[in-house]
Unconditional design. Structure first.
Length: 47
């Protein structure tokens, strides 16, 4: 079986959700992430 979006084959060590690999899921979700808030959060952790 392959990923519905990119066609990558199902191999051990790569997770799939509803026949979509996690790489594609993360690519789709990146638009939803507030990167400015995430950067501030990481800077606060470092301080």
């Amino acid at each position: 079986m392959k990923c519905k979006l990119c066609g990558f084959p199902r191999v051990e060590g790569i997770k799939f959700v509803n026949d979509v690999c996690v790489a594609c899921l993360n690519f789709v979700r990146r638009k939803e992430i507030n990167w400015e808030a995430r950067e501030k959060e990481l800077k606060d952790i470092l301080d």
